[in-house]
Design a protein around this ligand. Sequence first.
Ligand SMILES: [Zn+2]
Ligand SMILES: [Zn+2]
Length: 281
Amino acid sequence: MAVKRGPEVVLFDCGEGTQRQFMLSKLSFMQVTKVFITHFHGDHFLGLPGLIQSMNMYDRDRPMHIFGPAGMKQLAHTLVTLGYFIPGFAIGVTEMAGGSSIDFGEYTVSAIDAQHAVPALSYCLEEKMRPGRFDKPKALELGIPEGPLFGKLQDGQTVAFGGKTFTPDMVMGPPRKGRKLVYTGDTLAHPKLAEFARDCDVLVHDATADSTMEEKANKYGHSTARQAAALAKECGARVLFLTHFSPRYEDPAPMLAEAKAVFENSMLADDFLEYKVQYTD
Ligand SMILES: [Zn+2]
Ligand SMILES: [Zn+2]
């Protein structure tokens, strides 16, 4: 999953052929600044060597950072030095534990332990509060002239005009909510995950199988579409994307029907599917 946010692309997991998929998409892999790996099953990380070597072919000099569960440093070292390859750009690696969170300025990414067959994480990207709306009529009413002073107030600066001082809180509405995205990776649906994903705008959830296969799916640390939908409902997600379908399903439509019966705003994730996450506030 690629999250395009401003000038950067943040990747969640990196399956085989990721760089090839980028070439077929509207995005560029050169924009990727961070990659969050959920766990070390091949379908979630084997795209890293190809991605990194392709970046190098395109003369990348911008650093890239890989995040993942314990063991990520060692695995990344192995992947980055495959063959005769020596990257021409810096690749940082940070191991995250369940319950940890990293502050990237405009947003944070936090992790919790997933319930899967191997150690795994689920991730949440959450934007910080944005400044409130600028109340132009109010500003004019206060006698602030339209022009550069408006911009300064919107930037949080105090301005002076006509012998008076104006502070941003006089003309700005209350801070507004950012957006929250949760990417579960491979996992059973579990109560802590519902708490972690509380009121998220987008929930991308493991939906490996349909309910007829529930016991088997759960045994291997995977969820069914119905379980993903139940979690979406419980946490109050705005939209649910089902993903990670077992290859037994040529057509995942039955899983969508099963999810929609529990949580109406369910969708099937698919290669190259684009979804714009709107602000709610
Ligand atoms: Zn897995
Ligand atoms: Zn998997």
